[in-house]
Design a binder for this molecule. Structure first.
Ligand SMILES: Cc1ncc(C[n+]2csc(CCOP(=O)(O)OP(=O)(O)O)c2C)c(N)n1
Length: 312
């Protein structure tokens, strides 16, 4: 494996075959040459990289509880500021030494840890204006514990806690609009990305890591376990999410919206749904109205985004 890529997160982890979480972490951390300190909420990334007595992390790493990963990094930032003030830390560290100079501070959390359980600590850290990057890798469910629904699970998905059956078509509500929630804190940079577009993700990571103050990235991470598709379709499926406008790529920089991938002829959302076992039941006659509902919401969200970005 390319040594540059594995400088911060080693290959010796235990994520599922075909999981994109390590790609997300390496792409984002690869966007800076500065030292980095990571705070990680409990979840798939944490359990697969820190199996006692081993660790796949080659940089300072703090496993935080589910609800306080952003509070942990707030403390690290305050400590770093104090050390800089006392001249016990250099403003920049040549050669990437972990403790020699000012580090970039990054949080990783899953959608359960971000949309739901850690939202209060994220909100507090954003509002206080700490300088850090928060990354939510969104696989649409609480995966480390077997696939419960989260505030990020899409309408109609079959999950362990809102299963599809005789009287249920799966998740009964739309996803929370996490980007708008984060935006409302008035931070300078946030963006929605997708692991299937790594160059776009790297560009956004660089901007986010150079932002003075808090920044935020919401990254789609197709989960072979929950979404139920063959690993060989991983990139294809990720791209379908964007090609159907289900998961648009966009940035909000100082309040200005920029769409990074414009579909002249977007595919129908059905194309994305039909590839996944978690939406299989929607193709039964009695549930087809839910597909229409999803398409309606995708169209509405896209229209809003286009209006916000001022493009046609
Ligand atoms: C307060 C609290 N509630 C529940 C748990 C149990 N728990 C640990 S990891 C996890 C799922 C994490 O889901 P998510 O944040 O989406 O990350 P993923 O596992 O999908 O990477 C749960 C429910 C916990 N550790 N702490």
């Amino acid at each position: 494996m390319n040594q540059e890529l594995t400088k911060k997160l080693a290959p010796g982890h235990t994520t599922c075959a075909g999981c994109g979480i390590p790609v997300i972490v390496r792409t984002i951390l690869g966007a800076t040459k500065d030292p980095v300190i990571v705070s990680n909420a409990t979840g798939c990334l944490e359990v697969t990289t820190t199996i006692y007595p081993y660790t796949a992390w080659k940089i300072p790493y703090i496993h935080s509880a589910f609800e306080n990963a952003a509070a942990t990094i707030s403390g690290v930032e305050a400590a770093q500021k104090a050390l800089l003030k006392k001249a016990k830390l250099k403003k920049s560290a040549k050669g990437g030494s972990a403790f020699g100079g000012k580090a970039k501070l990054v949080v990783f959390g899953g959608d359960g840890g971000t949309y739901d359980i850690g939202l209060q600590s994220l909100s507090g850290a954003l509002e206080r204006g700490h300088e850090f990057l928060y990354v939510c890798y969104d696989n649409g469910g609480y995966m480390n514990t077997g696939g419960q629904r989260s505030g990020g699970t899409p309408l109609g998905a079959n999950t362990e806690t809102e299963p599809a059956g005789l009287d249920s078509f799966g998740k009964s509500r739309n996803r929370k609009d996490l980007m708008e929630i984060v935006k409302s804190h008035g931070i300078k940079y946030l963006a929605q990305a997708n692991v299937a577009y790594p160059n776009d993700l790297a560009m956004k990571a660089k901007k986010a890591l150079e932002t003075k103050g808090p920044s935020f990235l919401l990254v789609l991470q197709p989960c072979t376990n929950l979404w139920k598709f063959p690993t060989s379709r991983y990139v294809r499926l990720g791209r379908l999410a964007t090609e159907t406008n289900f998961w648009p790529l966009y940035e909000i920089e100082k309040g200005n919206y920029v769409i990074n991938y414009v579909n002249k002829n977007p595919k129908k959302v059905e194309e994305f749904l039909k590839e996944q076992g978690r939406f299989k039941h929607l193709f039964e006659e009695k549930n087809k109205k839910v597909i229409k509902e999803i398409q309606k919401s995708v169209n509405g969200n896209w229209k809003k985004l286009v209006e916000m970005s001022g493009s046609k």
